[in-house]
Write a protein that binds this ligand. Structure first.
Ligand code: GRF
Length: 218
């Protein structure tokens, strides 16, 4: 990022895009000094894409070809991102696993939000698995993306208590409320230069995050 220009952010989505909207709103409100230069999706019919378009954000649909390797798809995605000079790639409900080549190309410039308190419950169906495990706390994690699925350095987590009345749906709803608080915050830290990825570690204000920062909600 040059000193005189705003960080150019690209957000990848596959679904409702509520996290994308929370970041778009923070940029619109000038909470985050960045430009949302692109929203791209693998799912032409996803609702988030319509929301992005209605906000005037440049949108890109990159459907997977019938016969196409992950590497080939990701190479096309990379060309799109680079054609728009994207400096930070934000995964927000993007449902494709990324190839190592893609992840390495954007190393330190690629973040994700995952609906669990990582390292607990990597992968899919996190709310169901929290209930099955009888966990008393749950949450969401924002992390740098590395080739290990959901395994990169965790930056910020939202944590809340599981209620006896919770079911999968209520946990999903509650998790998203907090996701919309922590994801824009991390993007803001990166855009302002407070958060950096150095030697495969997250550094906030010059201090290595040996543990994620945790925000507690009730
Ligand atoms: C979020 O819950 C996020 O944690 C997960 O996928 C969901 C995306 O929701 N990775 P949305 O598309 O941002 O509404």
């Amino acid at each position: 990022m040059s000193a005189s220009s705003l960080l150019r952010i690209g957000i990848l989505i596959s679904g409702a895009g509520s996290n994308m909207l929370s970041i778009a709103e923070a940029i619109r409100e000038r909470e985050i000094a960045a430009e949302l230069a692109l929203v791209a999706t693998d799912k032409p019919e996803c609702i988030g894409l319509m929301h992005a378009a209605s906000l005037g954000i440049p949108t890109f649909v990159i459907p997977k070809a019938k016969v196409e390797t992950r590497e080939s798809y990701d190479a096309r995605l990379r060309v799109t991102l680079e054609s728009q000079s994207i400096e930070l790639v934000v995964l927000a409900g993007y449902m494709r696993i990324l190839s190592n080549a893609f992840v390495n190309a954007f190393s330190g410039r690629l973040i994700n939000i995952h609906p669990s308190l990582l390292p607990n419950h990597k992968g899919l169906h996190t709310h169901r698995r929290v209930l099955a495990a009888g966990d008393t706390v749950h949450g969401a994690s924002v992390h740098y993306v590395t080739p290990e699925l959901d395994g990169g350095p965790v930056i910020l987590q939202a944590s809340f208590n599981v209620r006896t009345s919770d079911d999968e749906k209520s946990l999903a709803t509650r998790t998203q409320i907090y996701e919309h608080k922590i994801y824009p915050k991390v993007v803001k830290w990166i855009a302002s230069g407070r958060l950096k990825y150095i030697h495969k570690q997250a550094q906030l204000d010059g201090h290595i995050l040996t543990q994620p920062i945790i925000e507690y909600f009730t």
